[in-house]
Design a protein around this ligand. Structure first.
Ligand SMILES: [Zn+2]
Length: 338
């Protein structure tokens, strides 16, 4: 994208309201302080600063994500969460035994598979770690001084576990099993994280794949009365009618934020994006990459965010790029109450 005239010399503040840290073997994970976070974007026609809200999704990425807030809490706001793709790694009972039998019982209870897939299940059990008790995990890791948001949390109806038991940020394509996490277990984990959001009055960043109605019902019953809790539906792909008739009508535009990514909203669901913008008040708009910020090129992340801003500017018929970046920044501040 080429900028012209005065815009070329401006510095734009971009917002990545939903991004990630990679999940990989510890020895491969980058050190937070080794990365030059705001590089001069050499060779590009613009200067940018990015404000990021970084999600945590499991017990491994959390260890790096929490360091980001300790390193620079202006640039990084961090979220504490358990993503549905990792929800099976957590147990919700009061069973503390670490026997193999206990591990097997846990995964039998939370994973969904057919009897013909018993062999596949047995292989998975071998590679899966012993489950962590979710309440212990929260007690020992959640830190209200560092955390600005609860996320990534939510439900996913279609994902399948990789054969190694959980997603890692590997460059190799991961082979998928036919085994899924039961919806009732995903719901339990979601509800426990919503308890945390309610207890500390923290906004939530929500993952919703093919579960639009269920998530809406859960959020309505749990947090409608908690008027200070803001909701970000990240990379939302439900219909404009659903958004308008449910979230905007019931929660009101002050509490709902839709965060748009280049990857999901523009490249894969452009029609839905255009329809949503017809019903979505400007105050509800956020931007995101949904990418891992430690393993992706920071210049490319900035380019992607600028692309989303540029498209928003066009569809909303705004005058300048600054109009949209300022709007998104204002919305980001409102979402996180910062
Ligand atoms: Zn995400």
């Amino acid at each position: 994208m080429k900028l012209e005239g005065a815009e070329r010399d401006q510095t734009f503040t971009l917002v990545d309201a939903h991004c990630h840290w990679s999940t990989q073997h510890k020895e491969c994970s980058a050190n937070v302080t080794d990365i030059q976070w705001q590089p001069q974007l050499q060779g590009l026609e613009f200067n940018t600063i990015t404000k990021r809200c970084v999600m945590s999704t499991n017990q491994w990425d959390w260890l790096s994500v929490k360091k980001l807030a300790e390193f620079d809490d202006e640039q990084f706001k961090i979220a504490f969460g358990i993503h549905p793709w990792y929800s099976h790694l957590f147990s919700t009972g009061s069973e503390y035994s670490t026997t193999l039998e206990n591990k097997r019982n846990h995964y039998q209870n939370v994973l969904q598979y057919k009897s013909s897939q018993q062999e596949e299940f047995d292989c998975l059990i071998e590679t899966l770690p012993h489950p962590l008790n979710v309440y212990d995990y929260i007690d020992s890791h959640f830190n209200k001084e560092l955390v600005s948001c609860i996320g990534e949390i939510g439900l996913d109806k279609i994902f399948r576990l990789p054969r190694n038991g959980y997603y890692t940020s590997s460059s190799e394509p991961q082979q998928l099993s036919n085994i899924r996490v039961k919806m009732d277990h995903q719901l339990k984990i979601l509800n426990i994280l919503l308890d945390l959001s309610i207890k500390y009055s923290l906004p939530i960043s929500v993952h919703d794949v093919k579960t639009h109605g269920v998530i809406f019902d859960v959020l309505k019953s749990r947090i409608l009365s908690q008027q200070h809790i803001m909701i970000c539906l990240h990379s939302f792909t439900g219909t404009a009618e659903f958004l308008k008739g449910n979230y905007l009508r019931v929660f009101g535009q002050e509490r709902i934020f839709i965060s748009f990514s280049k990857w999901i909203n523009l490249d894969k669901n452009l029609n839905v994006f255009q329809e949503i913008l017809k019903v979505l008040p400007k105050r509800c708009i956020l931007t995101e990459t949904d990418y891992t910020i430690d393993t992706n090129d920071r210049q490319q992340l900035a380019r992607d965010l600028l692309y989303v801003n540029e498209q928003l500017k066009i569809y909303l018929d705004l005058e300048s790029l600054e109009d949209i970046t300022n709007l998104v920044k204002t919305n980001y501040i409102a979402f996180l109450s910062i």
